[in-house]
Design a protein around this ligand. Structure first.
Ligand SMILES: [Zn+2]
Ligand SMILES: [Zn+2]
Length: 131
């Protein structure tokens, strides 16, 4: 859907279409109506990860998200500054864009991956700890 400030909360930093607010369990995030990428204001991704609610929100296909993985140098939808590419130190296959002040952007499917990987990492550290 074309970005329309009256309907959409923010403009998608990746594909330029409108993002709409979606809420789950008291946390509101923004999801792109076109590429299904997700915008998390600072702290929201962690809040959702803890609540195990990402599956309901990250409804885009990971394949669709991967197409947009190649779009680099995106600007923060809140302040317009270039965002940094970042990877979770424990999950280096997942790259996302971060604005130090406002939040982070993930392609469709990445949040689900992020959450599940974290659980796998926890298992690994449990196994490691028992040796
Ligand atoms: Zn988009
Ligand atoms: Zn910003």
């Amino acid at each position: 859907m074309e970005y329309n400030p009256e309907v959409h909360s923010i403009k998608c930093p990746k594909c330029g279409h409108g993002m709409e607010e979606v809420g789950y369990g008291g946390v509101m995030i923004d999801r792109c109506t076109s590429c299904m990428g997700l915008w998390f204001d600072t702290g929201e991704a962690d809040a959702l990860k803890k609540k195990w609610m990402g599956d309901a929100l990250d409804t885009g296909k990971a394949d669709e998200g991967k197409k947009w993985d190649t779009v680099e140098d995106i600007a923060c939808p809140r302040c317009g500054r270039d965002m940094d590419k970042a990877a979770d130190p424990k999950q280096t296959h997942i790259w996302y864009e971060v604005c130090g002040e406002h939040g982070m952007f993930m392609d469709a499917g990445e949040f689900t991956d992020y959450k599940h990987e974290t659980l796998a990492d926890r298992f690994r550290s449990l196994i490691k700890g028992s040796r």
